[in-house]
Design a protein around this ligand. Structure first.
Ligand code: SAM
Length: 282
């Protein structure tokens, strides 16, 4: 009989958020996979679990740890995977282990619980129906610029994780990319003594968090961009002229412009008919 891998969510600050099922899953595990046995040892001790066997899973040990975890599960053991805080595999180790265990044809389940991104989103006051989680965005270079540009155009609410040292710079870069009046919620030290949720515009957030050195853990929730403004007559005419100049027929130019600018085909056709004379080559 084979065992299984169980991803167990742990608190993001407040130990009162440990669920009964998390406690039972950790107590029942033959092996506890964690990022740091000293850090997780404190939680495990708090839960009254005596002398567990740990296997350390981090970016350096992940490959060896996967082999050990797969072997243990194949031999019938139950492995509980936790991280320093929150839900494993969310900006934390876990996904590689899950993939390895599934590839070996073994069972994976989870005990759900705290995740900073979910808590920050639901208390942000921003739309929750559709959202994007970006984790930590790249620290510098073209990758960072591209990610910021994507966030600026994203119509869904975007959630990012950030460190206290970089949060003001990231808010400033977001203001440059999205405009300083874009709405934002900055959630700090969730579930902890100094929990704070600041809500307003990016300009206001920069002012607020520049006033004194930011401390603690941060989640930034950014409002989505409004839908793109509908194309005006001048833009439609310009696009039609370009399509006609490229040799498209009136009908094809109208189809092309209707799709490209998201305007009614009838409108694009009417403009294409009226522009034909001005754009046709002699
Ligand atoms: N796995 C975790 C989760 O489920 O949210 C995330 C781990 S990631 C290494 C750590 C980042 O999560 C922090 O830098 C911060 O951006 C965010 N975070 C974690 N705990 C938080 C808290 N209590 N308050 C605000 N942000 C938190």
């Amino acid at each position: 009989m084979t065992g299984s891998l169980v991803l167990v969510a742990t608190p993001i600050g407040n130990l009162g958020d440990v669920s009964q099922r998390s406690r039972e899953a950790l107590a029942a595990a033959d092996l506890i996979a964690c990022e740091d046995s000293r850090h997780s040892g404190r939680l495990v001790k708090h839960l009254g679990i005596a002398d567990p066997t740990y296997v350390v899973v981090n970016e350096h040990t992940e490959r060896d740890a996967c082999a050990r975890i797969v072997d243990a599960i194949t031999a019938g053991k139950t492995v509980a995977l936790i991280t320093d805080a929150g839900t494993p595999a969310i900006s934390d180790p876990g996904a590689v282990v899950v993939r390895a265990v599934l590839d070996a044809g073994l069972d994976v389940s989870a005990v759900p619980g705290p995740a900073a991104l979910v808590m920050a989103l639901v208390i942000s006051g921003l739309p929750t129906t559709r959202f994007v989680f970006e984790g930590f965005i790249p620290r510098s270079g073209g990758d960072r610029d591209h990610r910021l540009a994507d966030i600026a155009l994203e119509e869904r609410t975007t959630i990012i994780y950030e460190s206290p040292h970089r949060v003001v710079r990231t808010l400033a870069d977001l203001a440059n990319a999205c405009g300083s009046d874009r709405r934002v919620a900055v959630a700090r030290e969730l579930t902890k003594l100094h929990e704070e949720v600041w809500r307003g515009t990016l300009a206001g957030a920069i002012e607020h968090f520049s006033a004194k050195e930011p401390q603690g853990e941060f989640v930034v929730v950014i409002d989505g961009a409004g839908p793109a403004a509908p194309a005006n007559d001048e833009q439609i005419a310009g696009a039609v002229d370009a399509a006609l100049a490229n040799g498209l027929s009136v009908r094809d130019a109208a189809d092309h412009v209707a799709t490209a600018l998201g305007v009614a085909r009838r409108t694009a056709y009417r403009v294409a008919l009226s522009r034909r004379g001005t754009s046709e080559q002699p």
